[in-house]
Design a protein around this ligand. Structure first.
Ligand code: DAH
Length: 338
């Protein structure tokens, strides 16, 4: 009998030890401890054991049952741990594999420069206004001191929609629109698209301008110079020299072209600046009293300055681009450089 128990124990130990999965452990549990299992069957046949041996045998059987149960539990734990480890390995994510990327676009270089310039003027307290691109002759020309037969109209190759409606040739058209609706003090910029019937390396029929103006009491030409110098230094660097060259615009008096020292040769002279060392960058001046009259302001009370610049021109100088037609072409090889 005792031998019997011994051999069951040895066999159980070996089988449990070799069980390779929870499933195998489970079937061993059934085999030994189940309702029809080896130990249970033995316990049931306890009656066949001689009476005097019964307590000892019963005890042996009980402790065998207990030790098989413990072995099964321990094996079950280790199988569980091994299976968990296996599934962790199998489902392991390699976080070092580079992801797949979608190509992102970015703002057009003209928009980038426009935003940069706009931000500079906003930091100086200017507000942003917009006007229509299809504009009345009145705001584009007449309110800016260019009556119907004024020769200055010839310089702006105008697209006419009808006799008195045009595609605006400049953002100066926003000036009187804003003045009509607001009273001084005014600090305004008006960025936007403008149109001229012209096309070559330095002209495209649709391009961008930014108009700026400031109206208050006691605004002087030195204010104009200070604001524009600050703007130019922020865009082209603090070493850039600025000069005002006398010029003429019907809506400003006096008027000036603003030149900066050549960004390519730093003023030494090169083919970009035509050996002069200077590059024209924008037009400006003190707002002509005639414009105030159109807006209903008293020219004796208010003074102010205005300026206007081409955004493509600023972008070309900033990035050394020699053909303005590259901007609207939208060739990715060009755009990706910005
Ligand atoms: N509107 C002018 C143009 O398109 C640029 C300009 C010059 C605007 C002088 C101004 C100014 O406000 O004062 O050529």
């Amino acid at each position: 009998m005792v031998n019997d128990i011994h051999s069951i124990k040895e066999q159980a130990q070996e089988e449990i030890h070799n069980a390779a999965s929870l499933k195998e452990v489970q079937s061993l549990k059934v085999k030994y401890l189940g309702k029809k299992g080896i130990i249970t069957t033995k316990a049931r046949s306890l009656g066949a054991v001689p009476k005097e041996d019964r307590p000892a045998y019963g005890q042996e059987l009980n402790s065998l049952k207990k030790s098989i149960d413990e072995l099964l539990q321990a094996r079950a734990e280790s199988c569980k741990a091994a299976e968990m480890e296996q599934s962790l390995q199998a489902e392991r994510l390699d976080l070092t594999i580079p992801g797949s990327f979608t190509a992102f676009g970015h703002l057009h270089p003209v928009t980038q420069v426009m935003d940069e310039i706009t931000a500079i003027f906003i930091s100086l307290g200017f507000t942003v206004e917009e006007g229509p691109e299809v504009e009345h002759d009145y705001y584009n020309f007449e309110a800016l001191n260019m009556p119907p037969d004024h020769p200055a109209r010839d310089m702006q190759d105008t697209f006419y929609i009808s006799d008195d409606v045009v595609l605006r040739t400049h953002t100066s058209s926003v000036q009187v629109r804003v003045m009509e609706k607001n009273s001084p003090p005014l600090r305004v910029i008006a960025p936007g698209k403008v149109y001229r019937c012209d096309a070559d390396v330095s002209h495209i029929p649709m391009f961008h301008q930014l108009e700026g103006f400031m109206v208050d009491k006691h605004i002087r030409m030195s204010d104009l110079k200070g604001v524009l110098e600050l703007f130019i230094h922020r865009v082209f660097g603090p070493d850039t020299k600025v000069r005002l060259r006398p010029s003429f615009f019907p809506f400003t008096e006096p008027s000036a072209e603003i030149d900066i020292s050549c960004v390519m040769c730093r003023g030494k002279g090169c083919n970009v600046c035509g050996t002069s060392g200077w590059i024209e960058i924008l037009g400006a001046g003190m707002i002509n009293p005639r414009v105030y009259e159109k807006a209903g302001y008293d020219p004796g009370t208010y003074t102010g300055f205005a300026f206007g610049m081409g955004i493509e021109r600023v972008a070309m100088l900033k990035y050394s681009i020699d053909d303005v037609r590259l901007f609207p072409e939208n060739d990715k090889r060009f755009l990706e450089q910005f």
